[in-house]
Design a protein around this ligand. Sequence first.
Ligand code: SF4
Length: 161
Amino acid sequence: MGVNSDPLLGGEGFLTTTIEAFANWGRKNSLWPMPFGTACCAIEMMGVFASRFDLSRFGAEVARFSPRQADLMIVSGTITYKMASVCRRIYDQMPEPKWVIAMGSCTCGGGPFDSYAVVQGIDEFLPVDVYVGGCPPRPEALIDAVMKIQKKIEMKGAPVV
Ligand code: SF4
């Protein structure tokens, strides 16, 4: 893409990449999360955005409550069937490419609420990229999930092991 100024190469040569790899490098380092918090797990999510855990170190601190400006949905909290359609509609309003983190036991599988009113896992209506277990998960676990999303973007959508 440009002239290489590395002295080992004598100031000559070129750095090559693809447009897609360059775009993914930018995407992974500037995620704009759409927080969808409904219950206790959302408190831990807020902690991740605050100074102690400082998600800005990973380039993902610009939380957007407008879905059209977001590319990472973080669903944290109990999701009822009544709320599921709202959640899906917000997801649909986010532009591609986009990713989803399911944070907490409730979002991953209903948690302690084995009830007719509670969705038993948001993957019933959303394509989840990373699941974070725990009731609630520690903030570090959400940071780890964001790093997994970054890895997934870097690998161009390949599954993260
Ligand atoms: S997983 Fe636990 S902490 Fe999180 S929303 Fe459900 S009950 Fe609350």
